[in-house]
Design a protein around this ligand. Sequence first.
Ligand code: PRP
Length: 194
Amino acid sequence: MNVKRKTSVPPRWRSEVERILITDEQLAKRIKILAHEIEKDFRGREMVVVSLLSGTVMFLADLIRQLNLPLRLDFIGVSSYGSGSESGELVFTKELRLDVRNRDVLLVDDILDTGKTLSRVLPKIRALKPRRIKTCVLLNKAARRVEKIQADYVGFEIPDYFVVGYGLDFAERYRNLPFVGVLHPHIYEVFSAK
Ligand code: PRP
């Protein structure tokens, strides 16, 4: 099959998404490399992958299909209150169910932004006494960090753009886009003016 390179925003989304920041091809390529790195570090040991809902949905699915080692999968539901662009108060909507004591944990999130989410979630998991925890994020937006935290595995370093797609939302929308795109400011400006 002849796969065309998709670098421009599909017409349906053009009024809302300014441009594509990371294409589906770039995502696939990078995730494959990331998975190899993780595989090497975990040396074939079984891991518990803990994924944060809901933004990780696509990244997680693609990442674990590239991980050639035994794993178990669980989710923590955590969300910043409200649907604006700022990470506000955090609420836990689903707790971990698998026992991670003495296990190797890979904590997966879609984006590391202010760092508030990971710095709330990590102590919660540490308290369950895993053997070790490694963190993996698809995107790292270092410019907005307020917590002193960094991820062990990072897919892409990105500037301070409002990004959506490939699991990332704005007001719960755009998660289904197969690429990471930059949201038109007029979309979130209208929202935060309400
Ligand atoms: C987003 C994202 C990360 C978090 C990162 O979650 O999925 O978990 O914010 O931001 P931070 O580093 O500033 O804490 P959100 O609360 O929007 O929930 P979602 O995953 O359901 O979109």
